[in-house]
Ligand binder design. Structure first.
Ligand SMILES: Cc1cc2nc3c(=O)[nH]c(=O)nc-3n(C[C@H](O)[C@H](O)[C@H](O)COP(=O)(O)OP(=O)(O)OC[C@H]3O[C@@H](n4cnc5c(N)ncnc54)[C@H](O)[C@@H]3O)c2cc1C
Length: 269
């Protein structure tokens, strides 16, 4: 059986030091190199494994982002995805997770028309910049399909999907039917590298770019900064802590005694 798979992938800054615009609360991405979001590479890898096992399977990668996100989409094609769609429009800029999932679910509906439906949507659990882990589950809600997040193991048998969902102290085994949405974590697999012919073909590939009108979202009410219900009230970088102080002493007992003396001197105890 061949499957139709959609992968949601986000281009993220290759850094842990995200800066925000203090006036708008939006992320500043200028001048920061970008990569495919880590969990999304796991999402794509799982889709590629299905394609390896089920010839005829097609994978479409969907992203919402600025025009330069096409570089990340070409990487996905070079890894083995069949098609890539970039949702890009100034009207989409400044979207919070609610507005982002409005745009992506509308993009998936349109992609599904092109593909003749879909069986599985893979997303990452979390994007390393926004970090909310909300977008995948919101897309599932808006498309009205069942979802499982934090997927660390995946099996497919016809229309039956069996997954292990990671919990803090174990995992649960969940069965569901296609069509469904799953969010991947790094324990799911090891993403493959791009292959040489794939890189060459991806360079020549046409990436469909759809704007807000193409996907039929309301620019005043559904996407962008203004209709987004979440507002960043304040953002700041925590001040670095001062240097620590080492308590002297030759034995553990002496160190403990000196610590007590020091705390008493500072009127802490
Ligand atoms: C008030 C406000 C304003 C914002 N303004 C901006 C802005 O101007 N520019 C900006 O870039 N961000 C902006 N953001 C951040 C933006 O909302 C999030 O980056 C975006 O909604 C995705 O959320 P996340 O990063 O937490 O993704 P998560 O929910 O952590 O992502 C989970 C998964 O969803 C999928 N996914 C998430 N985003 C995308 C995407 N864009 N395309 C495809 N798949 C995706 C991926 O599979 C990802 O692994 C703003 C946020 C707020 C609250």
């Amino acid at each position: 059986m061949a499957y139709k798979i959609i992968v949601c992938a986000k281009q993220v800054p290759d850094t842990n030091e995200i800066k925000t615009n203090p006036e708008t609360g939006t992320l500043i991405r200028d001048g920061v190199p970008s990569i495919l979001n880590n969990d999304d590479a796991n999402a794509l890898e799982e889709a590629l494994k299905i394609k390896d096992a089920h010839p005829g399977t097609v994978i479409t990668v969907v992203t919402m982002g600025p025009p330069q996100a096409d570089v990340m989409l070409k990487e996905c094609l070079a890894m083995g995805a069949d098609d890539a769609i970039l949702l890009s429009d100034r009207a989409l800029g400044g979207s919070d997770t609610w507005a982002t999932s409005n745009a992506i679910s509308a993009g998936i509906r349109k992609a599904a028309e092109k593909m003749g439906g879909y069986d599985i949507i893979f997303a990452g659990r979390q994007a390393i910049d926004g970090d909310t882990a909300q977008v995948g589950p919101q897309i599932a809600e808006k498309l009205g399909v069942p979802q499982v997040s934090y997927v660390k193991k995946f099996e497919l048998d016809g229309n039956k999907v069996t997954v292990e969902r990671a919990l803090e102290d174990g995992y649960e085994v969940i069965e569901l039917q296609t069509p469904c949405l799953l969010t991947a974590i790094k324990e799911l697999n090891t993403p493959r590298y791009m292959y040489i012919r794939g890189i060459y073909e991806a360079e020549k590939a046409e990436i469909s770019v759809w704007n807000a009108d193409d996907i039929g979202v309301d620019k005043e009410k559904e996407v962008g900064l203004r209709p987004s219900p979440t507002n960043v009230f304040k953002s700041f970088t925590p001040k670095p802590k001062g240097a620590g102080q080492k308590v002297a002493g030759d034995t553990e007992k002496e160190i403990a005694k000196n610590l007590l003396i020091s705390l008493k001197d500072k009127n802490i105890i």
